[in-house]
Design a binder for this molecule. Sequence first.
Ligand code: FEO
Length: 168
Amino acid sequence: MLKDKIVGALNLQVKLEAQSSQFYLSMASWAESEGLNGTAEFLFRHSDEERQHMLKLVRFINERGGQAVIPALSAPKRKFVGLHEVFENLLSHETSVTESINKVVDLCLNLKDYTTHHFMQWYVAEQIEEEALARTILDKLNMIGSDSAGLYLFDRDLGSLMPSKGVV
Ligand code: FEO
């Protein structure tokens, strides 16, 4: 049986993962409307992955005797100046997700909840991958600058990349 404080912290994480999914869905929609189809595919997949992260938490909370709360969400940002802003936003969002996961892990240790601590290790590893990929993408964008041929190839390659695996 989960302690109330742990249920509260996990439900906050449910909300954050749901917000991530909505945010990346909004980015994907912007990219598709701009004709950046590879980027859009990558972000649609990323949005789906975030929903899976949320569901994994929901199922864990309920299986362990708590109640997962499905939260209301505010409308995500929908206009972006360009790809650089999209991926700056993505990295900054992922950094805040990592901070939140670290707080849950910290609480698990303080309350000696080693089962939830073990469960959260999957998220810790996932965040390392996601942050590294977002940084790699930003490095590539910085290299390309405003070169249109480079941006074309970047967009095309991103279309076949999985959000939590591999590098561009
Ligand atoms: Fe589920 Fe990208 O954090």
